[in-house]
Design a protein around this ligand. Structure first.
Ligand code: FES
Length: 281
C-alpha cells in the first residue's frame, strides 16, 4: 500500500494526491510515468509524477476525473488511505539537453505532464515558454509554472452549459491553434513540445508543420501494463509499430501516424461512459 499523505481538489475535476512512493521518487525522471491500481480488481491507469522528493520519498499525482476509476479515487480515497499498487517509473525520460527556445504546450490536464519537463529544461538553460489552454474552472499549476519557466501563458475558455461537452472542447482546440499560430508567427522557436488529447496534438502539429519547427509529442494511447507486454499502447511512428510505454511516450510529431492513433484512442470511449454511468447510479 502507498499511503496518501495529502489529498485535495485543486480545480474542477482535478485532484492532487501526495503519495508515499519511495521507489518511484528515488528514480523518476521528467517524462516518465507510473501505472496506478488504486483498488482491488480495479483497472490500471497511467499517471505522471508531477513533483517528487527523493529524500522524503513522496510523489505528487494530479488526477483528472474522466472515468469510473478516477471518479472512485476522488470520491472514496481519503488522506491516510493507501493506493494498492504504483508500478514505475516507466517509459523513457525526455531528452535533456539545450534546445534553445522551447514552446511547451499543455491542453487541459496535459499541463501536469508538461510541468516537470518544462521546469527541468528551463533549469538546464533553455528559454522555456509554456502555454496552457483549458476550461476556466480547470486551471492547475499556474503559480508553480510561473515560478518554473521563463514565461507561462494561460488561455482559458468558458464552459457553455447550453452546449455539449464535445462542442465545448472544439472551442479549446480553436483557442489552442490560434494561440500557437500567433506565437509561431511572432517569434522564432527551436522546439515545440505538446501534451494533450491526440486530436488537439494533431491540430497543433498541423500549424507547427507550416512553420517547419521541430515538434515532439507525448502520446497517450490506451495503456494497460506499461511494460510492453499487452500491446494496448501500439502506435505507428515513422511507418513502424512502436509501443508508447517502452519506446515513448515522447515521439517526433512529424513521424506519428495521427489517423491510427486517434482512431485507436476512441475504441473504449463507449465502455468508459457506461462504466461511469453505472458507478454514478
Ligand atoms: Fe501494454 Fe504498452 S501498455 S504494451
Amino acid at each position: 500500500m502507498y499511503k496518501i499523505l495529502e489529498k485535495r481538489e485543486i480545480a474542477m475535476r482535478n485532484t492532487w494526491y501526495k503519495v508515499h512512493a519511495p521507489h518511484v521518487a528515488r528514480k523518476v525522471q521528467p517524462g516518465q510515468f507510473v501505472i496506478v491500481r488504486a483498488f482491488k480488481n480495479g483497472e490500471r491507469i497511467p499517471l505522471t509524477p508531477v513533483m517528487w522528493d527523493r529524500e522524503e520519498g513522496w510523489i505528487v499525482l494530479i488526477v483528472f476525473t474522466r472515468g469510473k476509476t478516477t471518479a472512485r479515487m476522488a470520491a472514496e480515497l481519503r488522506e491516510g488511505d493507501g493506493i494498492l499498487n504504483i508500478a514505475g517509473p516507466l517509459g523513457n525520460p525526455v531528452e535533456m539537453k539545450k534546445f534553445g527556445k522551447i514552446l511547451a504546450i499543455g491542453a487541459y490536464t496535459g499541463i501536469v505532464e508538461v510541468y516537470p519537463i518544462a521546469k527541468a529544461w528551463q533549469e538546464l538553460g533553455n528559454d522555456v515558454t509554456t502555454l496552457h489552454v483549458t476550461f476556466e474552472p480547470m486551471v492547475v499549476l499556474k503559480d508553480e509554472m510561473e515560478r518554473a519557466v521563463g514565461r507561462h501563458i494561460l488561455e482559458t475558455v468558458p464552459i457553455d452549459m447550453t452546449k455539449s461537452f464535445p462542442e465545448n472542447m472544439k472551442n479549446v482546440t480553436k483557442r489552442l491553434t490560434e494561440k500557437a499560430r500567433e506565437l509561431l508567427e511572432k517569434e522564432e522557436w527551436d522546439l515545440v513540445f505538446m501534451v494533450g488529447p491526440s486530436g488537439d496534438q494533431r491540430a497543433v502539429f498541423e500549424v507547427v508543420k507550416e512553420f517547419g519547427v521541430p515538434m515532439k509529442a507525448d502520446l497517450h494511447p490506451i495503456m494497460v501494463d506499461g511494460t510492453g507486454m499487452c500491446g494496448a499502447c501500439r502506435v505507428t511512428v515513422g511507418g513502424e509499430v512502436k509501443f508508447a510505454c517502452i519506446d515513448g511516450p515522447e515521439f517526433d510529431a512529424y513521424k506519428v501516424d495521427w489517423d491510427v492513433l486517434i482512431s485507436r484512442s476512441g475504441y473504449y470511449t463507449d465502455m468508459e461512459m457506461m462504466a461511469m454511468q453505472e458507478y454514478m447510479k
